[in-house]
Structure formats: structure tokens, C-alpha cells
Design a protein around this ligand. Structure first.
Ligand code: GLU
Ligand code: ZN
Length: 272
């Protein structure tokens, strides 16, 4: 069977070496590479960054199948998936502000604050509230009750089957946000819906997203979507071991190119 992979950048800034590595891995792992522009957060995304993405990828020697999916065009598909999860009874409305959540978490009886893939674990304040229009959260315990433990196959840094049970998902991930009021969806929901729509068979991504992958498999099971293989790869770091993606001064590919670097130089610098 043909392996279909994707590169899914957000046009919130220029591509840097870490992006180049991710894109080259996606291409190398697949028989066909697809591209997806993850631009749900319209306040942070810019048209000029999207144009620069195509230019940088072409310069690197990548080619991809058409059409390119833009998440900003896919709102109705996300709405449908969210409604379906609502029908299953595994979502609820959360009207907490960031400050509400902080206050609840700092209450003395809460004990140690655990951190999940999206930040501090949500304390569950709104889980049994009946009303409100706010963010939509996944009731992780209810979701895991429905589907039992989840598993996926990893081909990357820690190859083999990965299993997550209800207890792990509830205590390490919690009630994550599926749709923010301002955006109408979330990274997690959009990625799951789109990976299925693009018939991706192997998702390549940084190892920092392994816990997010578990969330995505939960959503696939709830929505009746296939689970791809996951290839978690290393992150490109600077000399001090700091993630390049997190550095404000991370140097853009375009800058290296302007200084005369070749695509072969880029491959060498990221260890390919
Ligand atoms: N858009 C996300 C990023 O740039 C990535 C993707 C993923 O789901 O693998 O980090
Ligand atoms: Zn809440």
C-alpha cells in the first residue's frame, strides 16, 4: 500500500531548520507527500508566510500532491465532527477564563498541578455545568469509558505499539479543549479530521507531540476514523540543546538561502 505522508506547517512565521527537517522526513517516509496549511488561528497566521512556505519547500526540492488543504477553508468539516462528539455525550461547554483555571488549580486542596500536552491539566470546573457558551472540552473519562484503551503503532524514535489506558489519559491529558470560542475548533480536532480527509497513512511529527498523538487516536476512535501509523522524530536543537522552534532568533531558511546556502547544506546541518 502506498504510504501517504504530510507536512503541516502553520503560517505564523518563516520556516526554519526544524521545519526543513520535518518536511524532508515526511517526504522521505512517503510515496506521496501532501501539504496542509494549519491556519485556524487567523489572528496569528499571515498570507505572506504561507507564500514563503511554498517558496522555501520548492527551493528545498520538495514536491507535493494537489490540492493543498487550508484549514481555514475546512470549518464545516470541523463543525460536523464536533456535533458528532456532542451527540456521543463526551463533550461539555467550559466558560472558564485562564484566570478561573489558575485560581482553581492554586486552591490548596488541589495539591500538585499536573501539566498535560496543552498546559496545566483542566480542573474540571465546568464538567457538570448545564449551560454556557464557551470552549468545548472533551470529557476524557466519558470518552475512555466508550472506547476502552487506545493504541497506535510508532515507527520513529520509540518504535512499537503504544497503549494508553483510561487512567493515563485522564491523569496525564485530561479534558482538553476541542473548540475555542474564537476559533471554533482546535489543533487536535482539526488535525484528526484533516488527516482522515487527506487519507494520510503515516503521520510524521516531532517527539514533543507524542501525548497529542494519544489525544488524536482517542478522537479517531470516537469519530470512527482510521488511525495512521505515527513516526515521531527528534527535534532539531541548537548547540545549547534548546529547541530551535522555541527560539525567537531561530534563523529562517530564507536567510540561509540569501547567504548562499544550498539545499544540500540544509540537509547536512539537520543531520540528513
Ligand atoms: N502544525 C503543527 C506544527 O507546525 C503540526 C503538526 C502535526 O500535527 O504534526 O507543529
Ligand atoms: Zn470551565
Amino acid at each position: 500500500m502506498a504510504v501517504v505522508t504530510r507536512f503541516a506547517p502553520s503560517p505564523t512565521g518563516p520556516l526554519h531548520l526544524g521545519h526543513a527537517y520535518a518536511a524532508l522526513i515526511a517526504q522521505a517516509r512517503g510515496d506521496g507527500l501532501l501539504l496542509r496549511i494549519e491556519d485556524i488561528d487567523t489572528a496569528r497566521c499571515r498570507q505572506e508566510f504561507e507564500a514563503a512556505i511554498y517558496e522555501d519547500l520548492q527551493w528545498l526540492g520538495l514536491s507535493w500532491g494537489e490540492p493543498v488543504v487550508r484549514q481555514s477553508d475546512r470549518r464545516s468539516a470541523y463543525d460536523l465532527a464536533l456535533a458528532r462528539l456532542g451527540d456521543l455525550g463526551v463533550t461539555y461547554q467550559c466558560t472558564c477564563t485562564r484566570t478561573d483555571i489558575k485560581t482553581a488549580l492554586s486552591a490548596p486542596q488541589e495539591g500538585v498541578v499536573a501539566t498535560g500536552p496543552d498546559g496545566p491539566l483542566y480542573p474540571g470546573t465546568c464538567r457538570s455545568a448545564r449551560h454556557g457558551t464557551g470552549a468545548v472540552r472533551l470529557n476524557m473519562a466519558a470518552a475512555m469509558d466508550r472506547i476502552g484503551q487506545i493504541q497506535f503503532t510508532e515507527t520513529g524514535l520509540l518504535p512499537g505499539p503504544k497503549v494508553f489506558d483510561a487512567q493515563q489519559m485522564v491523569s496525564a491529558v485530561g479534558d482538553i479543549v476541542l473548540a475555542r470560542r474564537e476559533i471554533g475548533t482546535s489543533y487536535h480536532l482539526a488535525v484528526v479530521v484533516d488527516d482522515a480527509a487527506q487519507a494520510i497513512t503515516e503521520v510524521t511529527r516531532g517527539e514533543d507531540l507524542r501525548e497529542s498523538t494519544a489525544i488524536h487516536v482517542v478522537l479517531q476512535r470516537l469519530l470512527g476514523l482510521p488511525t495512521p501509523v505515527y513516526h515521531h522524530h527528534r527535534l532539531i536543537r541548537d548547540d545549547q540543546g534548546k529547541r530551535l522552534a522555541k527560539r525567537d532568533d531561530a534563523r529562517a531558511l530564507a536567510k540561509y538561502r540569501a547567504e548562499g546556502a544550498t539545499p544540500a547544506d540544509i540537509r547536512r546541518w539537520v543531520g540528513l
